[in-house]
Design a protein around this ligand. Sequence first.
Ligand SMILES: [Zn+2]
Ligand SMILES: [Zn+2]
Length: 264
Amino acid sequence: MRLTVLGKSPSWQDAGGACSGYLIEESGTSVLLDCGNGVFGKLRERIDYVDVDAVVISHLHADHFLDLVPFSYALTYAPRQQPVPVDRWPGTESPARPELHVPPGAVATLRRVVGAWGSEDLIENAFDLREYQAQSRLEIGPLRIRFQPVPHFTETFAMRISSESGAGRLVYGADCGPTEALSEFASGADLIMVEATLPRPERSGQRGHLTPGEAGRQAREAGAGRLLLVHISDELDTDRARNEAEAAFGGPVEVASEGATFEI
Ligand SMILES: [Zn+2]
Ligand SMILES: [Zn+2]
């Protein structure tokens, strides 16, 4: 299984960067985890968007789903998706319609978002749209995906990805505050992706994000093989984040950068 970081910015993009988007490729199957602003262009640099089998969204914060909008426009209006010849494209009887798996209640929310300019059914017409539940198990080609609710400011799901073809286990922690639930869910993961949004914990209110040190603790408690820090701004010091996480984890840590790939 190969993981490619398409975008790893928090809710505002790095210079020239993209928000959350992680491409998983395994035996000819391609799945995109999250599709934040900037991700669609980064995806197109890597693979043809009509070859994406499924998109899975962890939660409905803008930085995790906004580029479903341009992705939907491409699937709807691109000349190559039309039934008749247009320009150099021959026309197709079977336009691409990737699966789009979203959290409970997200269908109505997505309708409201694109409905703001009168395109209520844009996303559901472009994709094969389905809501998952906490106990859902997705099967996409050889990939298997399970979910775990994690504490954040809106309903959010971590994901555990494995393969029938025998690759290792990958866990994507999505956005989350400190929680035992993630460590248990990620137990024995070969690679765990944990957010490291904060240079210091939130000073008031609910915890919804992690520092690099806290991310390291989550990985240690999970007994993970490797830790990849994600959801971290280019305005923070990468070396400091890695050192802090390594001290808490006691294992190898990498800070996500766009285009980085990992074999699992
Ligand atoms: Zn986020
Ligand atoms: Zn979020």
